[in-house]
Design a protein. Structure first.
Length: 323
């Protein structure tokens, strides 16, 4: 099968398209013929091994997993003898962080992994980018204990996490203020933001409004900068560790001070969350935003684009079947 392979850490150019063996299908595994996958921030971080401590997970001197890719959508090609949840021909999608392997024509995943049938109203391309950003957004909402009637600011509202967060918050009855650049104001309003702040026109942290929660969906702010935006008892959450990995530490310390606090949104990664995302997509509550699509042969260009930090929503990789 064709796959995007990297045998060393580094920039996008370390990735090469190669012919490799199909994955082995064990008794309780599902073999998926991948039609679409994505390149996201998670893939970039693992490929470059940045921050450095990620090598403890992926291999100290070289990557143990040579085929990246967390999100996938496709058709079940084969099932192991013990599989009862899926059948050949099922349209499926899911998330495979840790094992990876989605940047290839075929992917083997456990039947009890983060996999579900594709939402009826979704294409493979939409389903493929319906997990990573959205499951982080749901983690933000869960950890902040967000509820109807609250005010939440989303910084980075056009990314995969931010665009999902705006939609999911709106569906809960939350009043959303979104922070983005001038050219994306109308997009973010269409996603459900009631108020939009243009960060190119001024410092959003000097906003006079206060919020029950601030979601930094791009990891480019800090608690100290955003603290003044929070109501008493308000919560700051970021998708990144922050300078000197401060956010997990602050998440332990600030709740003890009984004031404005930091929480660190560890996401759930299981079959239940993928089924929940299927329901949200099917109901129209959440529609993944797609910026660009690249064929697998151009995945290096996709990596380069994602690492500009300018992508809107998601970048999809298409893998058409061979004839």
């Amino acid at each position: 099968m064709k796959a995007a392979v990297h045998t060393r850490y580094g920039p996008p150019e370390v990735v090469r398209i190669r012919e490799v063996d199909r994955p082995v299908v064990r008794d309780r595994d599902v073999l998926v013929r991948v039609h679409a996958t994505t390149v996201n921030r998670t893939d970039c971080a693992y490929r470059a091994a940045k921050p450095f401590f990620m090598r403890l997970l992926t291999g100290l001197t070289r990557p143990r997993r040579t085929i990246m890719g967390t999100e996938f959508a496709g058709v079940v090609e084969a099932v192991g003898s013990g599989v009862t949840s899926f059948a050949v021909g099922d349209r499926v999608f899911g998330y495979n962080e840790g094992a990876f392997g989605a940047h290839a024509e075929y992917l083997s995943v456990p039947q009890n992994g983060s996999i579900a049938t594709v939402p009826a109203r979704a294409t493979f391309e939409q389903a493929a980018c319906g997990t990573e950003g959205a499951h982080y957004a749901l983690a933000f909402i869960r950890h902040a204990e967000t509820r109807a009637g609250q005010d939440v600011l989303v910084y980075g509202a056009t990314g995969a996490i931010g665009s999902a967060a705006v939609q999911l918050l709106k569906s809960l009855g939350v009043t959303v203020t979104a922070v983005c650049a001038t050219e994306h104001l109308s997009l973010v309003k269409d996603l459900g933001a009631e108020r939009v702040v243009d960060y190119t026109a001024g410092d959003f942290t000097k906003d006079e409004q206060t919020y029950d929660a601030v979601f930094d969906a791009v990891g480019k702010s800090t608690f100290s900068r955003c603290k003044r935006l929070l109501k008493p008892g308000g919560v700051y959450l970021s998708s990144e560790l922050g300078p000197w990995a401060q956010n997990p530490i602050l998440a332990l310390v600030t709740p003890l001070l009984r004031g404005r606090k930091v929480k660190f949104p560890f996401p759930r990664d299981d079959q239940a969350i993928v089924r929940r995302l299927r329901e949200l997509i099917d109901s129209g509550t959440f529609t993944p935003v797609i910026d660009r699509q690249y064929p697998l042969d151009q995945i290096v260009d996709a990596y380069r684009y994602v690492e500009t930090g300018q992508k809107i929503g998601n970048v999809v990789i298409t893998i058409p079947p061979r004839h």
